[in-house]
Structures are given as C-alpha cells and as structure tokens.
Design a protein around this ligand. Structure first.
Ligand code: HEC
Ligand code: HEC
Ligand code: HEC
Ligand code: HEC
Ligand code: HEC
Length: 316
C-alpha cells in the first residue's frame, strides 16, 4: 500500500506536537522515533494464547537505566516503519555497534528475547468472579491489531461490562469503583488500583480497584458485572464438546444477552473526550490526570488510521 504523504505527515506532526502535554511522557532524546508515545503504557499486552502472551510495555525509567538506555530504539529495531507493526521482531545488533567478531560471538549466545524483560509492568493474575473471564481469560482482544494491546491494557482499569454492556437495555447507568480485587503484577503495580476514594490501604501491590458499571432497580444500585452466570459458564466449558451447534449458539447467546456489539471508533472517544461517559473528576482523578485522559490523542492513531507510516519512511 502506498502512503498518502501529506495526510500521514500532518497526522504525525500533530501527534508529535501533543507529546509534551501527555503526562507520563518526558520527550527524551533517545526516543526520537516517538516509540514510547505508545510503548510507555504499563499493561500493553497482546492476546493470550496457549503459549502465553507478549507484553509490549517499555518502562521509560528502567529503559534509561539499562545498558542500552542511551540507544535510540530504531538503532536496533531497524524494520519498524509503520503502525501497526505486529510481528516486527527482527533486530540488528551490528547496526554501528557490536561489529567485531568477539561481540558477535557473545551476542549469538544471548537470549535476545529477554532484552526488555526488566522494563515491563502488567497484571499477571486478577481474582474476580466474572463469568466473562471463565471463557475469555484476561487478555482476550485479538482481532484489531492496532487497538488490541490498548484494549487489553484497560482490563486492569475496568470490568468487561464497563465497555461491553448494552446501554439501551439498562437505564440509568452509573460508573463507579468496584470494591478492591486481589491482583498480582509483574514489574510495578499501576493503574486505577489507587481508588482515590478509598485512599490509604489501596496502595498494596496485591490489590486493584477498577471502574465498574451499575444500574438502578427500585432506587437501589445494582452492579452489572456478571457474576451470576459464572457457575453456568463452568458447566458449559465442561460439556461444550458434546453440544450440537444450535445448542452451543443458544447458550452463548444467553451468556452474551446483556452485551452490545462494539466498534472501536465509538469506544475510545466515549471515555477519552470532553463528553466522556465517565465523570473523571467525580471518580477522583486529579485535574491534571483528567485533562490527560480527555485530551489524550492516542485514540486518533487507533481510530483514524488503518495503517500509519512513521516519519523516516519519507526519507527513503
Ligand atoms: C540494543 C538493542 C535494542 C534497543 C536499543 C531497543 N530494543 Fe526493543 N528489542 C530488542 C530485542 C533484541 C528484542 C527481542 C526481539 C525478539 O523477539 O527476538 C526487542 C523487543 C522489543 C519489543 C517486543 C516485546 C519484547 O520485549 O519482546 C518491543 C515492544 C520493543 N522491543 C520496543 C522497544 C522500544 C520502544 C525501544 C526504545 C525505547 C527499544 N525497543 C529499544 C532490542 C532493542
Ligand atoms: C501508535 C502506537 C505505536 C507506536 C508509535 C510504536 N508502536 Fe510498537 N507496537 C504498538 C502496538 C499496539 C504493538 C502491539 C501489537 C500487537 O498487538 O501485536 C506494538 C508492537 C511492537 C513490537 C513487537 C512486535 C511483535 O509482534 O512482537 C516492537 C518490536 C515494537 N512495537 C517496536 C516499536 C518501535 C521500535 C517503535 C518506534 C520506531 C514503535 N514500536 C512505535 C504500538 C506502537
Ligand atoms: C460460556 C463461555 C462464554 C462466556 C461466559 C462469555 N463468553 Fe463471550 N464469547 C464466547 C465465545 C465462544 C465467543 C465466540 C463465538 C461467538 O461469536 O459467539 C464469544 C464472543 C464474545 C464477543 C464477540 C462478539 C462479537 O460480536 O463478535 C464479545 C464482545 C464477548 N464474547 C464478550 C463477553 C463478555 C463481556 C462476557 C461476560 C459478560 C462474555 N463474553 C461471556 C464465550 C463466552
Ligand atoms: C476499554 C473498553 C473495553 C474493555 C474494558 C473490554 N473490552 Fe472487549 N472489546 C472492546 C472493543 C472496542 C472491541 C472491538 C475491537 C475491534 O475488533 O475493533 C472489543 C472486542 C471484544 C471481543 C471480540 C474479539 C476480539 O478479538 O477482539 C471479545 C471476545 C471481548 N471484547 C471480550 C472482552 C472481555 C472478556 C473483557 C473483560 C475481560 C473485555 N472485552 C473488556 C472494548 C473493551
Ligand atoms: C469506559 C471508558 C474507557 C474506554 C472505552 C477507553 N478508555 Fe482508555 N482509559 C480509561 C481510564 C479510566 C483510564 C485511566 C486508568 C488509570 O490510569 O487509572 C484510561 C487510560 C488510557 C490510557 C493510558 C493513559 C494514561 O495517562 O495512563 C490510554 C493510552 C488509553 N486509555 C487509550 C484508550 C484507547 C486507545 C481506547 C479505545 C480502544 C480507550 N482508551 C478506551 C477509560 C476508557
């Protein structure tokens, strides 16, 4: 596919101009390629497979403190020129460094896959009684290659229903903190586990607080996180190989009866905009964090561009 130059260039420039306003990003010289614009986020993970899952987070501070902290990402990652770049794992250690035979021999013996192992944070385990999790696991998003890692990251911030509930079926809806859940992290704990409303005590590395969706029945608040079908879901998994296709479909329709089919272009903007369905201030996010979340422009990349070319493409 041929890039549409002016379009891509404008998109890129507008992204680069926004970087200084993004909370976590400090615009450091070693990241001239803007890779950390996306890779700075803890919890950025690929889909779960029987072999495990990939984690794409690169912690800026830890990267800086690593032996390659002063090396530009693109010095090694010579084949990443556009977004998305799923499967771009090739790296070149002899691109101006490590050119002598002794280094080459040493490198041949290294496990390069562990290069960034100490620079990642993600949720490894989350205890919840959600029916969804019985069948879908923790990092279930896979079909949208550009957005999936960002969506998977939100599983550490909110329950599945916060995004997936059918909003026409339940009214009124409110969004608030669920009670704390037990969680384990690799790297540093992160995210909305710091339920600003419960303050002290939620700082433990083994708890997480997430945003959930509630409705009202006869003046009483009712949580919509599905925990009532969990046992049925286990039974379904135990017998699904014996079920006829019709029966399978009927059961799956039942488990999904309260959900809404989603379009990624709708969802990001529904929370990350001035008309957010979440009242971020009332939830307790600071003014600065609220501004960051509303004006974050990552969604522009995820929603507007199917393929996005990084600037060094234009020099070729
Ligand atoms: C010294 C060389 C080098 C530098 C510099 C470097 N990387 Fe890597 N990176 C690697 C290697 C080697 C791998 C493992 C590739 C594989 O899967 O075989 C890797 C893997 C990755 C992965 C995939 C996840 C993983 O850990 O396997 C991401 C994402 C990534 N790098 C991002 C970055 C970003 C962002 C920067 C700059 C902040 C950066 N890298 C700088 C060598 C480097
Ligand atoms: C617009 C956001 C964005 C930018 C900018 C970005 N990446 Fe990525 N990158 C991602 C996402 C999202 C993934 C995970 C893809 C997936 O779900 O498999 C990823 C995955 C990767 C991987 C792992 C590929 C794999 O399949 O194992 C590497 C390596 C990588 N990025 C390096 C870089 C480098 C180097 C740069 C800067 C030149 C960069 N990225 C810039 C969003 C971005
Ligand atoms: C009993 C197992 C089971 C349970 C429980 C379950 N799912 Fe699923 N889900 C599946 C399977 C299997 C598919 C893929 C087949 C299909 O499209 O129906 C699927 C598909 C989906 C899809 C994609 C539908 C589409 O339109 O393409 C979404 C979204 C989803 N599930 C979300 C959820 C959420 C949220 C929950 C919890 C409320 C949940 N699921 C509970 C098994 C389950
Ligand atoms: C931040 C909002 C958000 C959260 C939280 C979320 N999802 Fe999704 N989900 C989406 C969006 C958006 C899509 C559509 C992605 C696309 O294909 O463009 C989606 C798609 C899916 C699909 C379709 C399959 C696929 O490969 O993408 C399944 C299954 C699913 N979600 C299940 C879940 C489950 C289970 C949870 C809780 C563990 C969950 N989701 C939490 C936003 C969310
Ligand atoms: C239901 C509301 C909701 C939806 C939908 C949603 N987000 Fe978020 N997002 C949040 C909240 C809340 C946080 C902050 C969590 C925290 O740090 O505690 C967040 C955090 C983020 C962050 C990290 C920002 C930071 O400064 O820590 C990024 C990046 C992001 N979202 C991108 C996206 C993208 C891309 C989509 C669409 C695929 C999306 N979000 C959909 C509510 C949402």
């Amino acid at each position: 596919m041929k890039p549409n130059l002016p379009y891509c260039l404008i998109a890129w420039i507008s992204v680069m101009m926004l970087i200084p306003t993004w909370g976590a990003h400090k615009c450091l010289a070693m990241d001239e390629g803007g890779c950390l614009t996306c890779h700075q986020y803890p919890g950025l993970t690929g889909p779960e497979t029987p072999e495990g899952f990939k984690v794409f987070h690169i912690d800026e501070e830890r990267y800086l403190a690593s032996p390659h902290g002063k090396t530009d990402c693109r010095k090694c990652h010579t084949t990443v020129h556009r977004v998305p770049h799923v499967g771009e794992t090739s790296t070149n250690c002899a691109n101006g460094c490590h050119t002598d035979e002794k280094d080459k021999k040493l490198i041949a013996e290294c496990d390069l896959k562990t290069m960034h192992a100490g620079e990642k944070s993600f949720v490894t385990h989350l205890s919840e009684e959600s029916s969804c999790r019985e069948c879908h696991g923790l990092y279930t998003h896979r079909s949208n290659e550009l957005a999936r890692a960002f969506i998977n990251m939100h599983v550490g911030f909110m329950t599945c229903e916060t995004c997936h509930i059918n909003r026409d079926k339940f009214k009124p809806l409110t969004y608030d903190w669920a009670s704390s859940e037990t969680a384990d992290f690799a790297g540093k704990p992160f995210g909305a586990r710091f339920n600003p409303k419960i303050g002290e005590g939620s700082g433990s590395a083994h708890f997480i607080s997430r945003i959930a969706v509630f409705t009202e029945v006869n003046g009483e608040r009712r949580p919509l996180q599905n925990t009532w079908d969990t046992q049925k879901a286990r039974e379904y998994l135990g017998q699904k190989n014996q079920l006829e296709p019709d029966e399978k479909k009927k059961q799956l329709d039942y488990f999904h009866r309260d959900l809404h089919k989603m379009e990624v272009s709708v969802t990001c903007n529904e929370c990350h905009s001035e008309h957010s369905i979440l009242d971020l201030g009332r939830l307790g996010f600071s003014e600065k964090k609220t501004r960051d979340l509303i004006y974050i422009n990552i969604k522009g990349l995820v929603t507007k561009y199917k393929t996005f070319y990084l600037p060094d493409m234009f020099r070729q």
